[in-house]
Design a protein around this ligand. Structure first.
Ligand code: HEM
Length: 500
């Protein structure tokens, strides 16, 4: 045999099935050894599988208990837990300052939020901090408190529809699934503030076109598929968008249709999209129509489940703590009789803000059951990041999970897991505030905070003042799955209207 035929034989041998299999096994084993034993993160504790694969995390998201698992892991291992080969969950008290409050690139996971496909870029799906801030600047005016307050009457009318349903259930003495009605309300409020039109859930009292079930499917999909980018390219592209077969396509089309109708509606208020269209008209070089569609879709995706969860957490925990309910009610009654406030059928935002105990209860509800139970991932820059006595090299993904932060006994004391509104009046309350991150923190924090505060303050004050609520089965725990957001269900209630 000459040398040429030996080489050909060798190359051919390399490509037999057996050889390919062996090479794959060697490569996989080498990757495993490197990730598990040689990586700079090798000594960070965490689940064994997570040290060499993302599957531990994906499985926990799929099961729906990622947040509780992470809380337990931090209690066992301390400030740093390795949750994937290149990702570390952090609950060090300096973590928020060093990670969320810095202009760091976001983890690649966020790209999944280009809804319904890569042509639609919103600030949330923009990883580069500079570009993200530029995009947000075009849209920020729509979220300002002064503009949100202009929508208060529309929000009030929507809440009145919720109250009509509550009155109806109270009269009929039928169990009410508050979880569904809170979600209906949250969706309809988003519709009102965004494009001056409710989606119609409260009017019909049903999940029209399974939109809410679809939103749950999108939520589960987003949480997992963000880690499987190639899969995302197959299921989220312009062709699939056109086919309208994916949940994000449905969400997008509903939003698009609503914006188009709004543009023809002469009675539309100067709502959120009106502000964005105004910016587009005066600065066409800064943004395009697709940005408006993308941001409106993000709002519908991010602004309804979260508020429903917050409302549910408030009522669920308050009825388990009747003393807190009575104290909040006494505060409202006193404000009513002493100052003549809180007398409207739906309490005004301005009045609800003057109720410190009620506000503490809202904050506590958002602390013990935050609507976002997933870590917020950021990428360590070239110069590395030092947190406590640990330095993380460039490229490591560090994430802060609101649940983990909110359950830290180091920060909130030994009863960190308990619902206790007095957390907000104790000595360290002001200091603890900086660790309260249901809305995230820093340049990526939630722009929907103002409308959320208006909605939560008005609804909770009105309900506490006017209704007595108990669960059909007081020992029944609600059910939920912690995906990107968490929306509990299955805790039907009996509603009674308060007699004055
Ligand atoms: C209790 C209610 C809410 C909670 C707890 C909440 C929480 C959050 C969190 C944790 C983030 C992500 C921060 C990050 O990536 O670091 C976020 C982003 C966002 N939220 Fe909210 N949210 C709520 C309500 C709303 C509402 C009502 C709207 C809109 C009307 C909204 C619109 C958005 C948008 C557009 C983003 C993306 C922000 C960006 O990256 O530019 N949210 N929210």
């Amino acid at each position: 045999m000459d040398s040429l035929s030996i080489n050909v034989t060798t190359v051919t041998a390399l490509f037999t099935w057996r050889a390919i299999l062996i090479q794959l096994l060697v490569a996989t084993f080498s990757l495993f050894v490197w990730r598990r034993y040689l990586s700079p993160l090798a000594d960070i504790p965490g689940p064994f599988v997570a040290s060499f694969s993302r599957w531990w995390h994906i499985r926990r998201i799929f099961i729906g208990d990622q947040s509780l698992q992470l809380v337990a892991l931090h209690e066992k291992h301390g400030h740093f837990v390795r949750i994937a080969p290149n990702e570390v969950s952090v609950n060090h008290p300096d973590g928020i300052k060093q990670i969320l409050l810095q202009p760091l690139w976001k983890g690649k996971w966020y790209e999944l939020l280009q809804l319904p496909d890569y042509r639609y870029k919103a600030p949330m799906s923009t990883l580069d901090p500079k570009k993200k801030v530029e995009r947000s600047r075009n849209l920020a005016i729509g979220y300002s408190l002064s503009n949100m307050i202009k929508s208060e009457d529309a929000v009030t009318r929507t809440i009145e529809m919720l109250l009509d349903w509550m009155d109806q259930y109270a009269e009929g003495q039928k169990p009410m699934e508050l979880d569904k009605f809170f979600t209906f309300t949250a969706f309809d409020v988003v519709g009102e503030v965004l494009f001056s039109k409710q989606f119609g859930f409260l009017q019909q009292g049903v999940d029209i076109g399974n939109a809410i079930s679809n939103s749950l499917a999108l939520n589960a999909y987003a949480a997992i598929a963000g880690f499987l980018q190639p899969l995302n390219l197959i299921v989220a592209n312009p062709f699939v968008t056109w086919l309208q077969v994916m949940p994000m396509g449905h969400l997008f089309n509903t939003t698009l249709k609503a914006i188009d109708e709004r543009q023809k509606n002469d009675e539309a208020r100067f709502d959120m999209v009106a502000h964005w269209f105004k910016t587009l008209a005066s600065h066409p070089e800064r943004m395009e129509l697709r940005d408006i569609y993308a941001q409106a879709t993000t709002n519908v995706g991010a602004g309804a489940d979260t508020v429903s969860c917050a409302l549910q957490s408030f009522v669920y925990h308050m009825i388990r703590h009747p003393t807190a309910w009575q104290r909040a009610r006494a505060e409202i009654d006193a404000t009513r009789s002493n100052e003549g406030l809180c007398t409207d059928r739906v309490v005004l935002f301005d009045h609800a803000q003057k109720l410190p105990y009620l506000q503490a209860c809202i904050k506590e509800a958002l602390r013990v059951f935050g609507p976002v139970p997933m870590g917020l991932p950021r990428v360590v820059p070239r110069e590395g990041i030092t947190i406590g006595d640990r330095t993380f090299p460039a490229g490591t993904v560090l994430s802060i999970n609101p649940w983990v932060m909110h359950f830290s006994k180091e920060i909130w004391g030994p009863d960190a897991h308990a619902f206790n509104p007095d957390h907000w009046f104790e000595g360290s309350a002001a200091a603890a505030e900086k660790y309260w991150i249901p809305f995230g923190a820093g340049y990526n924090s939630c722009p929907g905070q103002n409308v959320t505060k208006i909605e939560l303050s008005k609804i909770t004050a009105t309900i506490v003042r006017d209704y007595d609520i108990r669960q059909v089965d007081k020992d029944q725990e609600w059910k939920y799955k912690a995906y990107f957001t968490v929306v509990p269900h299955s805790w039907p209630c009996v509603i009674k209207k308060r007699q004055y």
